[in-house]
Each structure stands twice: as structure tokens, then as C-alpha cells.
Design a protein around this ligand. Structure first.
Ligand code: SF4
Length: 294
């Protein structure tokens, strides 16, 4: 079979690779505390911008994922034991970075009885103990739709509960083979219901990537589905193939096409929309939080 040709990257996806002292400081902190970041593991194109501004997204529960999604560059396989010191180490690093807004995500840990929910809660608790005024956003896996695990995380009171749909329903089998589109929507719905039931100040957020072969109609339908969960914030960014054997980019969307999707999302009632080529779930996360306030 003929090898698929990779599309050349358009100019609007070019980023600066300048590194500052802040970048080196973040890098040292991450390695000194034996931590992982999704910035590195996912080969995020924004790493220079974010780290130069001393923001990073912590990736807890190790650096090996039990799923094998075709868009993701995180190592797949059998993960090691959970590092019980990690919550405290994340909190220490966040304190040294002087964070007023911390974003924490994880690999999938289908191998653990609680799929890592308690570790998320412990990490939120450890950050809060050191930095009582720091806002905390958690980008969680789907926990196989187990509501009791979602509640463990929500009971630790993150400021933002984020879960990414990643792509349209029709592409799930190819892009997120173990996940389920409806189940992922339900996580946001359940988080919104938790907020209503308990009267807490939680915000919810969901991210999708474009360029994996979806149609515009499918994208608009997905944005509508997200809006109907009661979600507050949506992020829409260009998929970039992180590794040689990752899914290829089927299309580069233009800034105008991102603007069209942004307008659609606002039409559907989202409180805040980030839609641009380099947008990632955690890109300018603090600003997204501020701009989604009512
Ligand atoms: S956008 Fe998120 S994942 Fe990417 S470098 Fe910034 S903080 Fe890290």
C-alpha cells in the first residue's frame, strides 16, 4: 500500500522555540521532583510559550498509559506502581513556580481499582494545603463512566473539572478505540449535576481536536452535544500528529474556520470558547477560567 503523504504545516502553526530562564527553571523543577508533564509527553507545540511564562500541566499517575489512542504520544503499556509521594511533589513544584492556577491531568489507569481517582483527590488536597488561593483544574480520564470515581475527584473541590471528547462520534473507533462518546459526554453532564445538587462553584470544560478526518457538520453536532451537557468552556484546536506512527493530519483548518466554530459554540450557549489552531485544553487555562465567569 502506498504510504500516506504528510501535509506540510501551514504558516499559522509555526511557533517560537526560544527558551528563557523561566523555561529552564520549570524544566529543572519537573526533573528535580521526578514529575511528568503533558507538555513534554504530548509534545505540545506551546511548550516554549507556556514554560517561558512558568505554566505547565502536571501529568500524574506515571508516564505509561493503559489505553492506546491513535492521536496521543504518551507511552502505552503496563504502568508501574503509583508514586504516593507524587501529590506532595506536584504541590511543592507548584509552590516553587508560584502558580495561581494549576492544571493537573493523568494517563489512563484502567489497571487500578479506583482508576487513579483517589490520587487526583490527594493531589488537589496537597496543592490546596500549600497554595490555598491557587485555582485548580483537573483534566480527568473517563473512569470508564463510573460515577462514584468522578465523585471522589469532585469531593476534593477542584475549581474546574475538564474532560475531553477529543473528536466526533463517528471517529471514536479509530481515534479513541476504548472510549465511548456518549460516556464522555455523560461525565460533563454528571459534573454539572453535581454542581447543581451541591451548590458548589465548579466550572466544567471540554476539548476537541480538528483535522482527524471529521466533517464540519459532525463538528458542529459535537459542539452542540457538548453545549447540551451544560458545559461552561470548550476548547477547539488543530490536531498535530505527534509521532511517526500516530494518526496523520487529514486537514489543517484555517483561522477563519476556527472562527466559524467559535461562533457556533457561542450560538449554542457556551460561556467561553477558545478556538484557534494552537489551542489545547490547558492553553491559557487561567484566562479561560476568568473569561468563563458569570
Ligand atoms: S498548552 Fe498545556 S500542555 Fe501545552 S505547553 Fe501549555 S500547559 Fe503544557
Amino acid at each position: 500500500m502506498a504510504k500516506r503523504k504528510r501535509l506540510p504545516r501551514p504558516d499559522w502553526l509555526k511557533v517560537s522555540l526560544k527558551t528563557s530562564d523561566n523555561f529552564l527553571e520549570v524544566s529543572d523543577l519537573i526533573s528535580d521532583h521526578s514529575l511528568h508533564t503533558v507538555c513534554q509527553e504530548a509534545r505540545c507545540p506551546n511548550i516554549h510559550e507556556c514554560w517561558n511564562q512558568k505554566t505547565a500541566t502536571f501529568m500524574i499517575l506515571g508516564d505509561v498509559c493503559t489505553r492506546h489512542c491513535g492521536f496521543c504520544s504518551v507511552r502505552k503499556g503496563k504502568p508501574g506502581a503509583v508514586d504516593l509521594e507524587e501529590p506532595e511533589n506536584v504541590a511543592r513544584a507548584a509552590e516553587k513556580m508560584g502558580l495561581s492556577y494549576a492544571v493537573v491531568t493523568s494517563v489512563d489507569r484502567d489497571d487500578l481499582p479506583d482508576e487513579g481517582a483517589t490520587h487526583f483527590a490527594n493531589t488537589i488536597g496537597a496543592i490546596r494545603a500549600r497554595l490555598p488561593h491557587c485555582r485548580i483544574e483537573v483534566l480527568i480520564p473517563d473512569f470508564n463512566g463510573r460515577r462514584e470515581l468522578l465523585d471522589i475527584v469532585l469531593d476534593a473541590h477542584p475549581d474546574v473539572l475538564s474532560h475531553n471528547l477529543e473528536t466526533v462520534e463517528a471517529l471514536y473507533r479509530r481515534v479513541r478505540p476504548v472510549a465511548n462518546y456518549r460516556q464522555s459526554l455523560r461525565i460533563i453532564e454528571d459534573a454539572v449535576a453535581y454542581r447543581e445538587e451541591r451548590g458548589v462553584g465548579l466550572r466544567t470544560k471540554c476539548g476537541i481536536m480538528v483535522g482527524l478526518g471529521e466533517t464540519t457538520d459532525q463538528l458542529v453536532a459535537t459542539i452542540k452535544d457538548i453545549s447540551e451537557t451544560g458545559c461552561d468552556i470548550i476548547t477547539i484546536g488543530q490536531y498535530l500528529s505527534p509521532k511517526r506512527n500516530s494518526l496523520v493530519v487529514e486537514k489543517f483548518y484555517t483561522p477563519d474556520e476556527f472562527a466559524f466554530l467559535r461562533d457556533k459554540a457561542y450560538e449554542f450557549g457556551l460561556k467561553h470558547v477558545e478556538s484557534a489552531p494552537l489551542v489545547r485544553s490547558s492553553y491559557h487555562a487561567h484566562d479561560q477560567f476568568v473569561n468563563s465567569g458569570t
